[in-house]
Design a protein around this ligand. Structure first.
Ligand code: AMP
Length: 417
């Protein structure tokens, strides 16, 4: 399989080459011909599968041929980070075209966005709220939109964006191509698809399964010992590109400070930080300036950083879907990655659910040189079994001693830089 089979415009081939893509990914092989043929499409594809290029390439192909100075495609996405990434993919793949793209989202100055809207930038990559706001003030002309993409529809539902999304869709021409991507399909997403898409084709890949290049490990621990265990874990691995997730922005901020105090180069990504702080955190992490980034789910949604070696769930994610998205930050584009989860007794039900989805028990690991005991348990020093509830030890199950899974030890555990 090669990209030439799609008969994409010749100018796109240099973009594909520049991006370093040699073969289409499975989602691209299935989706690109359908989109080029003009079909509406429902894609069940996770981030990390190459789904951005799957819709960006056919959109660019179509736009190369027509007029400039009119907005002809719109991509609606839940977060600013995702909007920036899609915009960047368009810029890269369309480098030898004259098709322009702009992002529209809240939290930053609106003047440049108004200019982009009024100049009829051909592709808009938007978060729903700001786009609606500016359009309601009379900026931009959406009457020429030929293709609209609803990206990560389930996440937009979770974030309460569906009313805005529906309002935007009403402003677009009825005759258009609509593409909807979602990792999961709760009834509201199915309903939006039924209302919005016309005779859609379905492309269904990696159905709700985490990507296979990631290996999973659980680190059972009492809640009070989590930070200490995390610091020990970091010390035992090559912590050069580690993304850590916490449940709340306050925990992200605090944990980043605690890790920073032990000598790591660390940054954080959460919604209390300004857009420019978020962008420089992300850039610094991508460029290797920071070894560790501590993030919340919303901020890290869809993050595309190559070579994240480890994702660590400091807090168990709220849903299996969040787990899949979090760990999809590593193991990207067929690279190997590790997903570690610190699990407390309260997380037992979620562990069972995750194991069902993954289809296998997740190996439990114990650091042999770590004191799992709480202070009040110090008297019971003989028992070094983690206080991690019934799910930690199952019949026939045993902890692997001193085990950060082997792959990340290339030699002896590395010293921090
Ligand atoms: P996505 O699922 O769109 O977030 O893409 C995940 C990662 O895969 C991004 O870093 C893309 O640049 C990369 N990617 C997309 N298509 C290909 C391809 N055909 N070959 C190699 N890498 C790709």
């Amino acid at each position: 399989m090669s990209f030439t089979q799609f008969n994409l415009h010749v100018r796109l081939h240099s973009g594909i080459e520049k991006a370093g893509y040699t073969h289409p990914t499975p989602v691209q092989t299935e989706a690109i011909p359908l989109i080029l043929d003009g079909h509406d499409m429902i894609g069940t594809a996770q981030t990390g599968t190459g789904k951005t290029a799957a819709f960006v390439l056919p959109i660019l192909h179509r736009l190369i041929a027509g007029t400039r100075g009119k907005t002809r495609a719109m991509i609606i996405t839940p977060t600013r980070e995702l909007a920036e990434q899609i915009h960047e993919a368009i810029r890269l793949l369309g480098i030898h075209t004259t098709v322009r793209s702009a992002t529209i989202y809240g939290g930053v100055a609106s003047k440049p966005q108004i200019r982009a809207l009024n100049s009829g930038v051909e592709i808009l990559v938007v978060c729903p709220g700001r786009l609606l706001d500016l359009h309601d003030q009379g900026y931009g002309d959406l009457s020429g939109v030929e293709t609209v993409v609803l990206d990560e529809a389930d996440r937009m539902l979770d974030m309460g964006f569906f009313p805005s999304v529906r309002k935007i869709l009403k402003k677009l021409p009825k005759k258009r191509q609509t593409l909807l991507f979602s990792a999961t399909f709760p009834p509201e997403v199915e309903q939006l698809a039924a209302e919005t898409l016309h005779d859609p084709r379905r492309v269904s890949l990696s159905l709700r399964k985490p990507i296979h290049t990631v290996s999973h490990a659980l680190y059972p621990v009492a809640p009070q010992r989590k930070t200490k265990l995390l610091l020990e874990l970091l010390q035992q691995m090559e912590a050069n590109s580690v993304l850590i997730f916490t449940r709340t922005k306050h925990r992200a901020q605090k944990l980043a400070q605690q890790i920073g105090r032990t000598g790591y180069k660390v940054t954080s990504l959460h919604s209390d930080r300004s857009q420019s702080q978020r962008q420089s955190a992300l850039k610094g992490f991508k460029d290797g300036l920071y070894q560790i980034m501590v993030a919340t789910d919303i901020a890290a949604r869809g993050l595309d950083v190559e070579r994240i070696s480890h994702v660590i769930n400091f807090d168990m994610p709220a849903s299996p879907d969040d787990y899949i998205h979090r760990i999809g930050r590593t193991g990207r584009a067929e690279r190997a990655g590790d997903a570690f989860t610190l699990a407390t007794p309260e997380d037992a039900a979620m562990v069972r659910t995750l194991e069902k989805i993954i289809g296998n028990p997740i190996p439990r690991h114990q650091l042999s040189n770590f004191n799992y005991l709480l202070e009040e348990d110090e008297s019971a020093k003989n028992d070094r079994t983690p206080r991690s509830g019934s799910f930690a030890m199952k019949h026939g199950d045993h902890f692997r001693k001193n085990s950060v899974p082997r792959r990340q030890f290339h030699s002896a555990p590395k010293k921090r830089q």
